[in-house]
Design a protein around this ligand. Structure first.
Ligand code: NDP
Length: 286
């Protein structure tokens, strides 16, 4: 008998559509770099098949999986436990399976926070958050848990902004208020961190979020969740005004790092992941 091991550790993702999700390339490059015999299988799982997919992952002894649209809320009913942030956010995008038990996490906001901490400690800071979708919700909750002083949530649909502000106030020690987004949003004086958490700029390097650029202040951190192209027009304009730009690649990469830590207890090389995404997106810093 050979004592070689032909059985790989299994991880992956359940979403639909899934063909344009580059996470598989990023994570498998980092597995190879670390010499870990693990696979990340990008699965197209339709809404009606989620329960079967989760049962399949358990049956095949996967160690965990990501879930993206449209499963982030629906998956919760199949889980045994939720981590704190996932419970507050009400959405799960990363499930760890240990001894048949499924634990739901949300790495969207944690990935952003890890990226943000490379340039600023958010504790005690004032944040101006554009958008109130799933990404904004996860980011706001994590910023609250990280102890920011105040978050102003701005959205075209003000009711969604109000829901997120209330979520932060009710579940964290941070204060938060909501504002409707009318015309060019003006960043309040004293803001430390400005975040575009809308989908504006995705796949279009020339589109700009409607922000009054003259209200940006030198030294502010200006972050964008858009991973492709990473250097959005908003970030380029902010950099020209002396702000510190933070692109959405770091958020995506750190989500991968955090997910694999939850599944395997191993920390993958973020640099390998980032370079893989840059190659895929054909990204430069321009
Ligand atoms: P949602 O659809 O849940 O939310 C979209 C948000 O964008 C809403 O607040 C919406 O406002 C706002 N919006 C859309 N178009 C405009 C516009 N023209 N002007 C002003 N606001 C606008 O999406 P998600 O929150 O899930 O994702 C948002 C972006 O974040 C996506 O582009 C995605 O690629 C990116 N993302 C990046 C990640 C990363 O790791 N880098 C991870 C997750 C997401 P309204 O409610 O008024 O319609």
């Amino acid at each position: 008998m050979s004592n070689q091991n032909f059985r790989s550790i299994l991880t992956g993702s359940f979403s639909t559509p899934c063909a344009d999700n580059p996470t598989v390339a990023m994570i498998e490059a980092a597995y190879r770099h670390a010499g870990i015999d693990a696979r990340y299988i990008n699965c197209d799982v339709k809404a009606g098949n989620l329960a079967a997919a989760v049962r399949g992952a358990v049956a095949m002894e996967w160690v965990g999986f990501n879930c993206s649209l449209p499963h982030k809320v629906a998956v919760i009913e199949y889980l045994d436990e939720l981590a704190e942030a996932a419970r507050i956010i009400g959405a799960v995008n990363c499930v760890a399976i240990r001894d048949g038990r499924l634990v739901g996490n949300n790495t969207d906001g944690k990935g952003f926070l890890a990226s943000l901490r490379e340039v600023i400690d958010p504790a005690g800071k004032k944040v101006f958050l554009l958008g109130a979708g799933g990404a904004a919700r996860a980011i706001a909750v994590e910023l609250g848990l990280a102890g920011v002083a105040h978050i102003t949530v701005v959205n075209r649909d003000p009711a969604k902004a109000g829901t997120i502000a209330a979520l932060v106030r009710d579940n964290t020690k941070s204060d938060a208020t909501a504002r409707p987004w009318v015309g060019n949003a003006r960043v309040p004086e004293g803001t430390d961190i400005v975040i575009n958490a809308t989908s504006v700029g995705l796949g279009d390097a020339d589109t700009m979020v409607e922000v009054d650029l003259d209200t940006l202040a030198k030294g502010q951190v200006v972050a964008d969740v858009i991973p492709n192209p990473p250097m959005t027009r908003f970030l380029r304009e902010a950099r020209q005004r002396g702000c510190t730009p933070l692109d959405g690649l770091g958020m995506l990469v750190n989500q991968g790092v955090i997910g694999v830590e939850l599944w395997l207890g191993r920390t993958l090389d973020a640099g390998v992941m980032k370079q893989t995404l840059r190659d895929i997106f054909g990204a430069s810093d321009a």
